[in-house]
Design a protein around this ligand. Structure first.
Ligand code: ZN
Length: 451
């Protein structure tokens, strides 16, 4: 059994350690974050040099920043990178000059709709510099003053860093679990995804003898996924599908962004898991937006990838701002999503088809001790205790358990060698894991066999 409290403790520890680091699509902050992840589970570090052509893209120069500030004419620091790394636009080029307000203004970014939030801005592919500040800070600047602007950064050939791990038997179907690790200090987008992916990998690596194989990737969004695909074209084209893990620890509702295909095994596994936990997620049909599903599902690859979210990107007002911080997410919410992903993985692992060895009429359950001895007990209490998931409103969600006799009856009825465990679960409403346990038990008793 998995100790979910321990997962929450690890989630909190990882969130706290990783949050302050200034990450980008390249650079030492990204490397430092990946090294911390490697302390928790086994991943390999991969580096692709700047300038490498990857399909229509090129790995950019590496960006590193040590300091940045704006001072007014009295030498008072108005904006400082040391206070919050979101204050500097990602990939700002080095700069040091005294400017009038009018010269400075085009380089300042604020968010009038959230006057206390620092927005998150980047300029990866066109050389520029900029500062992000709260709208309140912007309003307080003296427009007749002059400002000293300093950005101590380097943009030079280096490399793009990512983590890769392939677990499970190599001859089996391979699934993908991918997340992006390029955002600086913001918690739900996308530190939550990084932490969940780390913990999921750790759990699968430590506690499962896997039947399928899984390719885990933690990489910078867009360019990282494109670079990885370009370096693994043929193997990635064979991927059986998977998950893009993102924005999964907010206080809001669960979400489910479907695969491009919409009713692929991955979608069915997620829908069935949600149904078992009585979670009604906001369902987002696939669109070519969001994260790296745009790359993995592009025409050349068409890997079916889906996401389970809690406060999905675009859908919460703190998205891409400094207010998406460690007070917005909780380790409990993160682990609730982790448990849904875990349940999906269980289904991928155990999905198989069984055939009843007594297909002609009903099996006589009583003779085999599979039927309650006291007739009246039948269909009386269907709900079992089972696992519990806390949702954001502190309601406890319980995965449903079907009446044991109903479950066996359904299993034997559907064990025709055509219905897989997942299609049995979809058809009968009996939870997947319950059907799986029945399959093992009846197989032992010689009543069914794996197809
Ligand atoms: Zn983002």
């Amino acid at each position: 059994m998995i100790n979910w409290d321990e997962q929450e403790r690890l989630a909190e520890e990882l969130l706290t350690r990783l949050f302050p680091i200034c990450r980008s699509i390249t650079g030492n902050g990204l490397r430092e974050s990946l090294a911390i992840i490697q302390e928790y589970t086994e991943f390999n570090l991969v580096e692709y040099p700047s300038g490498t052509q990857c399909f229509d893209w090129q790995i950019p120069d590496e960006w590193n920043i040590s300091d940045a500030w704006i001072k007014d004419s009295s030498g008072r620091e108005i904006v400082s990178f040391r206070k919050n790394n979101l204050h500097v636009m990602g990939y700002s080029e080095p700069f040091h000059k005294r400017l009038s307000f009018d010269e400075l203004r085009p380089h300042l970014h604020s968010l009038p709709s959230l006057p206390d939030a620092i927005p998150y801005r980047t300029s990866y592919y066109s050389r520029n510099w900029g500062f992000c500040l709260t709208d309140r800070q912007l309003g307080q600047l003296d427009q007749s003053d002059t400002f000293e602007v300093f950005i101590d950064a380097t943009l030079a050939p280096g490399s793009l860093s990512l983590l890769e791990s392939i677990i499970g038997p190599p001859e089996s179907n391979e699934y993908l679990v991918s997340t992006y690790c390029c955002h600086p200090s913001m918690a739900n987008d996308n530190l939550s995804g990084v932490v969940l992916t780390t913990l999921l990998h750790r759990l699968m690596n430590q506690s499962l003898k896997l039947n399928k194989s899984y390719r885990f990737l933690i990489l910078p969004e867009t360019i990282g996924a494109i670079a990885y695909l370009a370096h693994h074209e043929s193997i990635m084209r064979q991927s059986s599908g998977g998950f893009v893990v993102t924005t999964c620890a907010g206080p809001g509702p669960f979400g489910f962004k479907t695969t491009f295909q919409g009713n692929h095994l991955i979608d069915r596994v997620i829908r069935q898991t949600m149904r078992e936990y009585t979670v009604e997620p906001v369902e987002y049909p696939f669109a070519p937006d969001g994260s790296d599903e745009r790359q993995y599902s592009s025409p050349g690859f068409r890997i079916p990838v889906a996401s389970i979210t809690r406060d999905k990107y675009y859908e919460y007002s703190f998205y891409h701002t400094s207010l998406d911080d460690l007070s917005f997410v909780t380790p409990q919410n993160l682990v609730s999503t982790l448990r849904l992903y875990w349940s999906c993985i269980q289904k991928l692992e155990k999905e198989s088809t069984f055939r009843s060895l007594n297909p002609n009429g009903e099996v006589q359950l009583g003779r085999r001790g599979l039927y309650p001895q006291t007739g009246g007990a039948l269909k009386q209490s269907a709900a079992g205790e089972g696992d519990k998931i806390e949702d954001g409103t502190s309601d406890v969600l319980t995965p449903r358990q079907a009446d044991p006799v109903d479950a066996i009856t359904w299993f034997l009825f559907l064990a025709d060698g055509e219905h897989s465990l997942l299609s049995m679960a979809e058809r009968s409403g009996v939870p997947f894991d319950q059907l799986y346990s029945i399959a093992l038990e009846l197989e032992k008793q010689g009543l069914c066999s794996a197809n």
